[in-house]
Design a protein around this ligand. Structure first.
Ligand SMILES: Cc1cc2nc3c(=O)[nH]c(=O)nc-3n(C[C@H](O)[C@H](O)[C@H](O)COP(=O)(O)OP(=O)(O)OC[C@H]3O[C@@H](n4cnc5c(N)ncnc54)[C@H](O)[C@@H]3O)c2cc1C
Length: 383
């Protein structure tokens, strides 16, 4: 029987695994978290897709990170907590999701300044924010979801600073179906929402105490949650030189519905169910149209390129500042001669920032895609 391997157990990967398994395929689902759910359903166990996943036979590899792979051998190198294994595939589906984009501004590395999705994950894992003054800033619909979660956990949400303009957001809102528009209103209810507004700097002695907001002055706070949209995780796909089907946010940021539809289509296709895949095409077209309008409405404004000062860190792993980078003309030069992107995150944080700030295109991706044990890279593998 053909073996379908799915990397990533977020909504896209879960849907792909379920549809392939329901179609009779032998499926292995790999994710670096202990439980399925990905970003949006982190910590949850209930819902239609969790139930369907429970009902089918899917071999799960939890807490397992795919660190590299060989497209010729159709093999992935997978680090488990206690050993490294090789997993081979007949059909490969990559559902590796997206990560947050961080843009440097003075004070962005102070304790208490967190990613919007980062604080969301911490709160879901138990961070107590009761009574804490939190400012949420950046861009995109995720900010509202984060603000709503923080408020539901007792935080004093001071407001949401959205860099996109009011005009751009109104145009976007008018293009939305009623259901999505209503969801947005519900999330925003009772939360101050400032458009054309962003964090210019964060200040504090040992941790953030206040931020300066464009056009709004100084706001005292305990936490700042900042996220400038999402960046698709395509590194594994690049290492695998196009082997496998990309689904979900790694194939273009567009929200959970697009992820679920793309996952189902890939799962049906892997199971040879062409009719099942074709039936979902109209939904996919709608979801991709929504993704395109999201992209346009929340496009980053050029002013954000000028927030970093000479001493502001761009690569925090290797302590490379905006001033240090002025002498380089490309990402490759900055890596080779300035060590930018050479630290543990391998440019996953500073790479997208440098792309926006300096227009540098990332150079080719090298393994490992995630921090890995040396033994895994040397090929000490045990099945
Ligand atoms: C931090 C963050 C928070 C978000 N919060 C919300 C929210 O509250 N509401 C909302 O509507 N949308 C949210 N989003 C957007 C959300 O990601 C999508 O709408 C949806 O979850 C995408 O599903 P997905 O399956 O495509 O990707 P994801 O849910 O991101 O799932 C991808 C999975 O692949 C795993 N993975 C990646 N690479 C590897 C590897 N090499 N080896 C093993 N596993 C790997 C990841 O750990 C993850 O579990 C958030 C996004 C981010 C980045």
């Amino acid at each position: 029987m053909r073996r379908v391997v799915v990397v990533g157990a977020g909504p896209a990967g879960m849907a792909a695994a379920v549809c392939a398994a329901e179609g009779g395929r032998q499926v292995t689902l790999i994710d670096d978290n202990p439980e399925p759910g990905g970003q949006i359903w982190r910590g949850e166990t209930e819902g239609a897709w969790f139930e369907r996943l429970q009902r089918v036979r899917v071999a799960r590899l939890p807490s397992a990170r795919v660190v590299t792979g060989d497209p010729d051998a159709r093999a992935l190198t997978v680090e488990l907590p206690d050993r490294t294994v090789t997993v081979t595939w007949d059909d490969l589906i990559l559902a590796t999701g997206a990560r947050e984009r961080f843009l440097p501004f003075p004070g962005w590395t102070l304790p208490g300044v967190l990613g919007a999705g980062g604080i969301q994950a911490l709160v879901k894992s138990g961070l107590d924010v009761r009574g804490k003054r939190v400012l949420v800033a950046g861009t995109g619909p995720l900010l509202l979801a984060v603000a709503a979660l923080l408020r539901s956990r007792g935080a004093n949400v001071l407001g949401v600073a959205e860099q996109a303009s009011g005009a751009s957001l109104r145009k976007f809102a008018f293009s939305l179906p009623w259901r999505k528009l209503w969801q947005g209103f519900e999330l925003r209810r009772g939360i101050r929402y400032w458009t054309s507004c962003w964090v210019e700097s964060a200040e504090g002695r040992d941790r953030v105490e206040r931020v300066r907001l464009h056009g709004r002055g100084v706001v005292e706070c305990d936490y700042v949650a900042v996220g400038y949209g999402l960046v698709p995780n395509t590194e594994l796909a690049q290492i695998l030189r196009g082997a496998g089907t990309l689904v979900g946010e790694c194939n273009g940021v567009g929200g959970v519905e697009k992820s679920l539809i793309e996952g189902q289509i890939a799962g049906h296709a892997a199971a040879g169910n062409a009719a099942g895949a074709a039936r979902l095409q109209p939904e996919l077209d709608r979801a991709r149209k929504f993704a395109a309008s999201l992209d346009k409405a929340f496009a980053l404004r050029p002013e954000l390129r000028h927030l970093a000062q000479a001493e502001t860190l761009v690569c925090r792993c290797e302590s490379v500042t905006h001033g240090d980078l002025k002498e380089f003309g490309s990402w490759r030069e900055a890596k080779l001669y300035g060590r930018c992107g050479m630290g543990p995150c391998q440019g996953r944080v500073c790479g997208p920032a440098a792309e926006f700030l300096y227009g540098w295109q990332p150079s080719s991706v090298r393994p490992p895609v995630l921090p890995a044990r040396v033994g895994s890279l040397l090929g000490e593998q045990h099945e």
